[in-house]
Design a protein around this ligand. Structure first.
Ligand code: GTP
Ligand code: MG
Length: 194
């Protein structure tokens, strides 16, 4: 897939506040600070999504219109300790509504930090998406920070953890080196057929 143009067309802060569905849609979810916005920028080859060192910056569902045809959706992060109970509830309500009602959604990319084992919140996310019948693919982020000597071990660890839930594709990526970006775009193009 060649991304010609990208535009942030909607920032949804309440359930149901989405743009009308188009031909296809993929979404990106993961813990706060895992690198969702950075990965989107790498896919778009454009600094359009907001990147921050402070976790929990993306609090809304952000719809990026790609090639005037598809939506790439940046979902708000989870698992950040300094978030109030009320905000957690709001997060759940917002994301659950999106998962349950967005029929044009074709795939969710679950971003997991490649440097550390999957956290409880990541595994809860897996179980939640499974229970809602949402198709998903695992994307390991920040692989540039994993030493070459530890790479195979880390990949195996992730494989093992996630295989307990089913058979999932795991794509190692880095927004810094560009690792996995073209692979991810290829996968997205097969999902979002013309
Ligand atoms: P929230 O929107 O706050 O949930 O965060 P996010 O998941 O969108 O993460 P974001 O892209 O804002 O990145 C968080 C931090 O991780 C920033 O300091 C990024 O520069 C850094 N980061 C993201 N991706 C990578 C990567 O592939 N490699 C390295 N080394 N750092 C990364
Ligand atoms: Mg973000």
């Amino acid at each position: 897939m060649i991304i010609q143009d990208v535009e942030l067309v909607k920032v949804a802060r309440t359930p149901g506040d989405y743009p009308p569905p188009l031909k296809g849609e993929v979404a990106f979810v993961g813990r706060s600070n895992v690198g969702k916005s950075s990965l989107l920028n790498a896919l778009f080859n454009k600094k359009i999504a907001f990147v921050s060192k402070t976790p929990g910056k993306t609090r809304s569902i952000n719809f990026y219109l790609v090639n005037s045809k598809y939506y790439f959706v940046d979902l708000p992060g989870y698992g950040y300790a300094k978030v109030s109970k009320k905000e957690r509830m709001l997060w759940k309500r917002l994301v659950e509504d999106y998962f349950k009602n967005r029929w044009s959604l074709q795939m969710v990319f679950l971003l997991v930090d490649g440097r550390i084992p999957p956290q409880d919140s990541d595994l809860m996310m897996v179980e939640w998406m499974k229970s809602l019948n949402i198709p998903f693919t695992i994307v390991l982020t920040k692989m540039d920070k994993v030493k070459m000597s530890e790479r195979a071990k880390k990949l195996e660890e992730h494989q093992k953890e996630f295989s307990r839930y089913g058979e999932y594709t795991i794509i190692p990526t880095s927004s810094v080196t560009g690792e996995g970006i073209s692979e991810l775009l290829d996968l997205i193009s097969t999902l979002l057929k013309e």
